[in-house]
Write a protein of this length. Structure first.
Lengths: 146, 88
């Protein structure tokens, strides 16, 4: 029998909630670049959690938009939340790259296309808030029949 | 003639509103709701709320029953959608 590899779905889900809170704390400490990176990791954990419920085969790498589609998280979004979730997930996917784990804050800011610190702080606020919203949505709607 | 799939009809509507857009939407595992992303240079300068409003307008002609089969569709510029694994 093939041995299961990697965390269980519930472990990914719990990690998503923890990383989401970590992102808030980094933001409050003034670490905007780190907050954005950890917020993206939280979303990656959530999508991996939903995907892992159905399969252990995943070939998306760390690409958030591909992970989103593979996760079938969309099936858990009610019609009245579709537009809002599209905006929030899109914002995070557009503001995050896995390589930011190697980048100093200034490089993250330039990569996103933001010119000054004030605007970068605003983007970090939006990303951290969006991830909290998405992760809360995903945790609340976590199917109980697994 | 075979009826066009929902994904095909949505792609066609998006192509009319967002000329030249790359559309990557499909139901997960062939079932479930349509989800994915649109990449279009014209999203540059629009925030994500405005982009979603444009998307809503683009698909407004779909019957409501079909609209209910759509999940969140991400709206990104080519730069935002670029695969960072290649750039790392």
């Amino acid at each position: 029998m093939a041995k299961a590899s990697g965390p269980r779905a519930e472990a990914y889900r719990d990690a998503a909630a923890e990383r989401s809170q970590d992102a808030v704390e980094l933001f409050l400490a003034g670490r905007c670049g780190a907050a954005i990176w950890v917020a993206g990791v939280a979303l990656e954990c959530l999508f991996r959690a939903y995907h892992r419920r159905r399969s252990e085969q995943l070939d998306t790498g760390h690409d958030l938009k591909s992970l989103y589609k593979a996760s079938r998280f969309a099936d858990r979004v009610s019609p009245r939340h579709v537009e809002r979730m599209g905006s929030s997930i899109g914002l995070v996917a557009a503001s995050w790259k896995n390589r930011y784990r190697y980048d100093p804050e200034d490089a993250v800011r330039r990569s996103i296309g933001i010119r000054n610190a004030t605007e970068f702080q605003r983007r970090a606020t939006e990303v951290v808030n969006a991830v909290q919203e998405i992760v809360n949505h995903g945790v609340k709607r976590w199917p109980s029949n697994h | 003639m075979a009826e066009q799939s929902l994904a095909g009809r949505v792609t066609e509507l998006i192509g009319r509103s967002f000329p030249g857009a790359s559309v990557n939407i499909e139901p997960g595992d062939g079932t479930g709701r349509l989800a994915g992303w649109i990449t279009w240079d014209g999203f540059r300068g629009l925030d994500h709320v405005e982009r979603q409003q444009r998307l809503r307008e683009a698909i407004a002609d779909l019957p409501m029953d079909d609209q209910l089969l759509l999940g969140p569709i991400l709206t990104m510029t080519p730069d935002e959608a670029s695969d960072d694994e290649e750039a790392a």
